[in-house]
Design a protein around this ligand. Structure first.
Ligand code: SF4
Length: 87
């Protein structure tokens, strides 16, 4: 069942990429909103804008960073956070 769910999400991601390439209204706006949420380090908004919010939330909650405003990828070296501080 999980494999099917992940297959559906993969198809949705591919479809979204195709929608952007075709210029379907709303597709690129969603990505721009995601980029803006990422710049703000607004994790809740990023989860809501993701194509699989339940999975995004599960991943975020299953591996919490030491500091709330970053992710576990770079942690305290978060370039976005440092960019916010210096600008
Ligand atoms: S920690 Fe790294 S991957 Fe995570 S938001 Fe910051 S720059 Fe991006």
């Amino acid at each position: 069942m999980e494999d099917v769910r992940e297959g559906v999400i993969a198809a949705r991601i591919a479809g979204h990429a195709a929608d952007i390439a075709k210029g379907i209204p709303g597709a690129i706006e969603r990505d721009i909103a995601m980029a803006q949420a990422r710049k703000r380090l607004d994790w809740e908004q990023q989860i809501q804008l993701s194509l699989d919010p339940a999975r995004a939330r599960e991943l975020r909650e299953s591996s919490p960073p030491l500091e709330d405003d970053v992710c576990t990828m770079c942690g305290e070296l978060c370039a976005i956070r440092h960019g916010k501080v210096s600008s």
